[in-house]
Every structure is written in structure tokens, then in C-alpha cells.
Ligand binder design. Structure first.
Ligand SMILES: Nc1ncnc2c1ncn2[C@@H]1O[C@H](COP(=O)(O)OP(=O)(O)OP(=O)(O)O)[C@@H](O)[C@H]1O
Ligand SMILES: [Mg+2]
Length: 269
């Protein structure tokens, strides 16, 4: 399997883990890479909805792990022109029958790992992205056993900054040592004014203690796109920048975002 296996995490809910995971999967696919995107949020899976393929989900990562279906049956290809394959999950997939929230057995983690490996090998994935849920979830535990790197998502709120720092530390103790930060959604208007009360990029980096991989601005068009209308705005070039960094390219923080670049000085306070 490819060495490029990344999980997306934060113990704080609603910070944009799934949005960033899907956005990066699409951006990597747009760069010509073959991407496997697996939903490891077994409490509140949503990638099928965000991709608009919820009516096509017949089998899930759980079925594949239990050998109830083939890789072909389990994978969905939401965007015709892209080599992006989704391995979906459904609500309460894989939760142990004896109680929600109990830790998954290492045996189950191994089954999930081999399911992801099988799917990744079949499509010859260049990248495998694992979207995990909030909290210390069963999916996070399973993803940490597979992934080599992690992307932690945090915004301006103190709660998301604290959660990001702790999530990073927890992952490092689980052996995922390459942990990087994506600031999302970044409030350019609010953080870029004199005497701003919002946490700056530097404060967010300092508060989380994580290395910065990229910054995704708040983008109303992105939320509409997720509801099936139109296309993302400024989030799209920001996600493309992050994808290119993952491909080893050196890309300025706000490349392709001239309006934000103009305000750079105020943003780096
Ligand atoms: N850059 C952005 N600009 C505008 N809205 C965003 C941005 N990123 C995320 N959002 C919005 O924030 C909400 C939460 O995003 P998302 O579902 O990706 O978070 P999450 O961390 O995966 O949540 P959960 O913890 O439930 O898994 C969504 O409505 C999404 O549209
Ligand atoms: Mg999510």
C-alpha cells in the first residue's frame, strides 16, 4: 500500500474535518493522483452526503472488512472525471454490539486495516485519506493504526485550538508522529483588521503546537456546494495549495488567492 496514508482528526466536532478531507481528496485527484477516501466516522458519517452519492451506498467499509462484499461493490466513484474513490460508512457501522463508545478490538482494527489496504491496492491509490469523527472515537483508533500522518483541523475558537493540540499529542503517543495543522475556516475579514479580537494564524499555531500545513478561508460558496449548489470559492485554491504541498511542492501560503495575499501583513500579526 502507498505510504501516503493520512487521517483527519480533531476531538472537537464541526471544525471541518470532513470538508478538508474531501476537499483535499478532490484537489489531489485534480492533480492526477489516484485517491482512496474512506469514511472512518462511524457515529456520524457524511462523506457520501457531501459527495452527493448517498443513494448509491450499498456496501460499506464495514462490509468490506467483514468480507461481505468485493472492493468493486464497496467503492463509489462520485466524480466521473477524477480517480477519487469513496469507501463509505453508515450510521453506527462497526460499533460493537455491546455498547456505543466502547473501544474497538484490535482484531477489528486489523480487519479495517486490511480492508483499506485491499481497496488501496486494487485502485493503486497514490493517497489514502481517512476521515474520523469528533471525540476519541472508535474510527480514530482504527485510523491511527493504519495512518502514517495526520492532519488536525482547528479554527479560531479556543475550544478548537485546545482540542487540536490534545488530538495531536494523543496521535503522537499512538505512533502517528507526522502531525500537521490545517486552519479552517479562517476568518480573513475578522482576523485581518487592526485590533482584531479573533485568534491570529500565529496564535492558532502557537496554541496547538502543530506545524502548519495550510489555511482554508471561510467560504460561503463551499457550504452551498455541499448542499448541491454551485462550486466552492476561495476554499478551492487554498485546498489545491495544500494538496501540492503534500505532493512535495513549495507553495506560498495564499498562492492563487490575490485578495488574501494583499492583506498578508495584517494576517501575520
Ligand atoms: N472553509 C469553510 N468555509 C465555510 N464553511 C465551512 C468551511 N469548512 C467547514 N465548513 C462548514 O462547517 C460545517 C462543519 O464541517 P464538517 O462537517 O466538515 O466538520 P467536521 O469536523 O467533519 O464535523 P464532525 O465533527 O461532525 O465530523 C459544515 O456545515 C461545513 O460546510
Ligand atoms: Mg466530519
Amino acid at each position: 500500500m502507498t505510504e501516503n496514508v493520512l487521517l483527519f482528526a480533531s476531538s472537537k466536532g464541526g471544525v471541518g474535518k470532513s470538508t478538508v478531507a474531501l476537499g483535499l481528496a478532490r484537489a489531489l485527484a485534480a492533480e492526477g493522483r489516484r485517491v482512496l477516501l474512506a469514511d472512518f466516522d462511524f457515529c456520524s458519517p457524511c462523506l457520501d452526503l457531501l459527495c452527493g452519492v448517498e443513494d448509491h451506498v450499498l456496501y460499506t467499509v464495514s462490509d468490506l472488512a467483514q468480507e461481505k462484499c468485493s472492493v468493486e461493490n464497496a467503492l463509489l466513484r462520485p466524480y466521473e472525471t477524477q480517480e477519487l474513490y469513496l469507501l463509505p460508512a453508515v450510521q453506527e457501522d462497526l460499533l460493537p454490539a455491546n455498547g456505543v463508545g466502547r473501544s474497538m478490538s484490535s482484531e477489528l482494527n486489523a480487519l479495517l486495516g486490511s480492508a483499506v489496504q485491499k481497496a488501496a491496492e486494487q485502485i493503486q491509490a497514490d493517497f489514502v485519506l481517512l476521515d474520523t469523527g469528533a471525540g476519541v472515537s472508535t474510527g480514530l483508533e482504527a485510523a491511527a493504526a493504519i495512518a502514517r500522518s495526520a492532519v488536525i483541523v482547528a479554527g479560531h475558537t479556543p475550544a478548537s485550538i485546545r482540542a487540536a493540540g490534545r488530538s495531536g499529542q494523543r496521535l503522537q503517543t499512538c505512533g502517528v508522529t507526522d502531525v500537521r495543522l490545517v486552519i479552517n475556516p479562517f476568518d480573513v475579514q475578522g482576523a485581518g483588521v487592526k485590533k482584531s479580537v479573533r485568534h491570529s494564524m500565529l496564535e492558532i499555531m502557537d496554541g496547538t503546537g502543530l506545524l502548519l500545513l495550510g489555511v482554508v478561508p471561510y467560504d460561503y460558496a463551499l457550504t452551498l456546494e455541499q448542499e448541491g449548489h454551485g462550486a466552492a470559492g476561495e476554499a478551492a485554491p487554498a485546498l489545491r495549495n495544500i494538496a501540492r504541498r503534500l505532493l512535495g511542492q513549495t507553495i506560498p501560503l495564499f498562492s492563487g488567492l490575490p485578495k488574501i495575499r494583499k492583506r498578508k501583513r495584517t494576517l501575520f500579526r
